[in-house]
Design a protein around this ligand. Structure first.
Ligand SMILES: C[S@@+](CC[C@H](N)C(=O)[O-])C[C@H]1O[C@@H](n2cnc3c(N)ncnc32)[C@H](O)[C@@H]1O
Length: 304
């Protein structure tokens, strides 16, 4: 499916299905004896969306062939490492006193329901209206209770989301901890810059932001990725990530944020695996993605 400037989706279609895909991976990271995270809402949310492949994935109904492409442990590790990075980003910011969090492109992220937020923390979730509505009603029906004050902002990040965020009560004078997890490659390069410009304009000193950084999105057109994709396709996997992302040149995020006054720290995916006691791997697919970097940036200012 070709992207357009005003395209839209729910959790079963287009970019929305990628939110279901990563939630299915969080469900895998939550299961098993060496589970990396505990996201009890991931599997129920995935089942509620109802994409057959992902439901079978979280239910353990996709056959694992030794040496085959579908490797639930590997998939769980990849998402578990990523989830832990962003969990720590939020928990470290709140333990330093920040009480305002904004999860951009929140998808089926259940942090507002599962992290141990300090009292008084307000968590804003921003995503398209159908995505926000689905998660809110599904979790309510499942009996989930937010662990912070959760406020939703149902809007496209290509529209005037700062106005909507302020209308929901966001206070730009207070330091904020932001995340843009699994989002940037789905934005046009200029929309990525605009997003960071806006985050900066809404960030009081001491604010923090975290995101992933893939220096070259052509990895999603690489032979290693195509081969992986074809094997997954044979199992019923239908999300064409390569068609959903915007390819081509975009600003180098570390340089962009640094130029805007943020102090940026980058951690390679391989190092994050090691910190979790895991081997990153050295097959073609692992190597294709091994410059993936997880960034956290702080806007210098007084500690809160
Ligand atoms: C790969 S999912 C990541 C979801 C979530 N951050 C996570 O890691 O579980 C991509 C998310 O980005 C959201 N997204 C992409 N472009 C968006 C836009 N222009 N406005 C709002 N949300 C957007 C999608 O709706 C989807 O929820």
């Amino acid at each position: 499916m070709t992207r357009t400037d005003s395209d839209s989706w729910d959790l079963a279609t287009s970019v929305g299905a990628t939110a279901t895909m990563v939630a299915a991976q969080r469900a895998l990271a939550t299961s098993g004896p060496d589970k990396l995270i505990n996201d009890p809402w991931a599997a129920p949310l995935v089942r509620a969306v109802g994409i057959d492949f992902f439901t079978r994935m979280v239910d353990g109904d996709i056959p694992v062939v030794e040496g085959g492409e579908f490797d639930p442990i590997r998939m769980g590790h990849g998402m578990g490492v990523r989830t832990r990075f962003f969990d720590e980003h939020f928990l470290s910011a709140t333990s330093s006193g920040i009480r305002q969090a904004v999860i951009l492109a929140s998808g089926l992220d259940s942090r507002a329901y599962r992290l141990d937020w300090p009292a008084g923390t307000v968590v804003y979730e921003v995503d398209l209206p159908e995505v926000i509505e689905f998660k809110t009603t599904t979790l309510r029906d499942l009996g989930a209770e937010p662990t912070a004050e959760r406020r939703t902002v149902a809007i496209d990040l290509r529209d005037d989301w700062p106005t909507a965020l302020r209308a929901a009560g966001f206070n730009p004078q207070a330091p904020t901890v932001w995340s843009a997890e699994g989002l940037l490659i789905y934005l046009q390069p200029d929309a990525q810059d605009a997003l960071f410009d806006t985050i900066k304009s809404l960030s009081a000193p001491g604010s923090r932001v975290a995101c992933e950084f893939i220096s070259d999105t052509s990895v999603f057109a690489s032979p290693a990725w195509r081969e992986h994709r074809e094997k997954m396709s044979a199992l019923g996997f239908e999300v064409e990530i390569g068609d959903l992302i915007y390819h081509g040149e975009r600003n180098h995020i570390i340089e962009y944020l640094t130029g805007a006054g943020w102090t940026v720290t980058g951690r390679q995916v391989r190092d994050l695996y090691a910190e979790c006691g895991l081997e990153y791997g050295d097959d073609e697919l692992a190597i294709a993605f091994d410059d993936m970097t997880y960034l956290s940036a702080v806007l210098p200012g007084p500690a809160v």
